[in-house]
Design a protein around this ligand. Structure first.
Ligand SMILES: C[S@@+](CC[C@H](N)C(=O)[O-])C[C@H]1O[C@@H](n2cnc3c(N)ncnc32)[C@H](O)[C@@H]1O
Length: 236
């Protein structure tokens, strides 16, 4: 691993361990307070599917995939949940038990770039604030192509990806390197997605500017980002 990648991974690991240790899933004051609206809005789309195979890449403690499991636990629903952090998958499995959906959830501790997606395997692929942590731009593009091939006809992708991220030391205002392995300009991110998913029915394509504080090594970072949301359905 090169040193920039190692440094980002270590910083991300520390900040997520801290967040997952201190924040409770679906607690009203947490950033984990509910599934993201885009996923909530998509859940009813699968009500006519006889069975449901889902992939959540960079699933964290299950904020999004557990909502899908909860809705479809009484049909044949299986969700592969991938995260690089052991603590994320441990907590995911704990919450799955708590919400009575353990049978639907397969927790997998692995980097996204090391998780091979078989062709025509999934009806719904979710990746929220995760694909930008793939180890390089070329692996990122490769993974998007794998996702495209991994979705069955009629299936849906829900991708939420940070772009054009900048970070500043909150107490000094000084710029610091953005802790994202893939940090594409917003236009390039949107063009990459629309080229790869060319021919799919685009259900949502938006960019939202956000600013929030995030703990980094010994400092609080003021992070600014353009969040790209891309939802598309493969032709039936
Ligand atoms: C901002 S959190 C989002 C979690 C979840 N998708 C959600 O919306 O609640 C990013 C997650 O991606 C995971 N992650 C970061 N880099 C990863 C990688 N290369 N492979 C797999 N997971 C990764 C982190 O451990 C973390 O749980």
């Amino acid at each position: 691993m090169n040193s920039r990648l190692e440094q980002i991974r270590e910083s991300e690991r520390k900040s997520h361990i801290e967040m997952y240790s201190n924040e409770e899933l679906y607690h009203s004051e947490s950033w984990l307070k509910k599934p993201i609206k885009t996923v909530r809005d998509l859940i009813p789309m699968f009500s006519s599917f006889p069975s449901l195979k889902v992939l959540d890449l960079g699933c964290g403690v299950g904020r999004n995939c557990l909502a899908v499991a909860n809705e479809y636990k009484n049909v044949d629903c299986s969700i592969d949940c991938v995260d690089i952090l052991e603590i994320a998958i441990e907590k995911l499995l704990f919450y799955a038990e708590e919400y009575g959906v353990s049978e639907c959830i397969n927790g997998i501790v692995k980097p996204i770039e090391g998780f091979a997606i078989s062709k025509d395997s999934y009806d719904f692929v979710i990746a929220v604030s995760a694909l930008e942590h793939i180890d390089s731009v070329s692996s990122f593009v490769e993974k998007l192509n794998e996702i495209k091939d991994g979705v069955r006809n009629g299936g849906v992708v829900c991708l939420v990806i940070n772009s054009e991220v900048s970070e500043y030391n909150k107490s000094t205002g000084e710029g610091i390197p953005a802790q994202f392995e893939v940090n594409l300009p917003t236009d390039e991110m949107q063009n990459t997605l629309s080229q790869i998913f060319n021919g799919w029915n685009v259900l949502k394509s938006t960019v939202q500017s956000q600013q929030y504080d995030i703990p980094r090594e010994n400092i609080i970072s003021d992070l600014r980002t353009n969040v790209v949301t891309f939802v598309a359905q493969k032709e039936i």
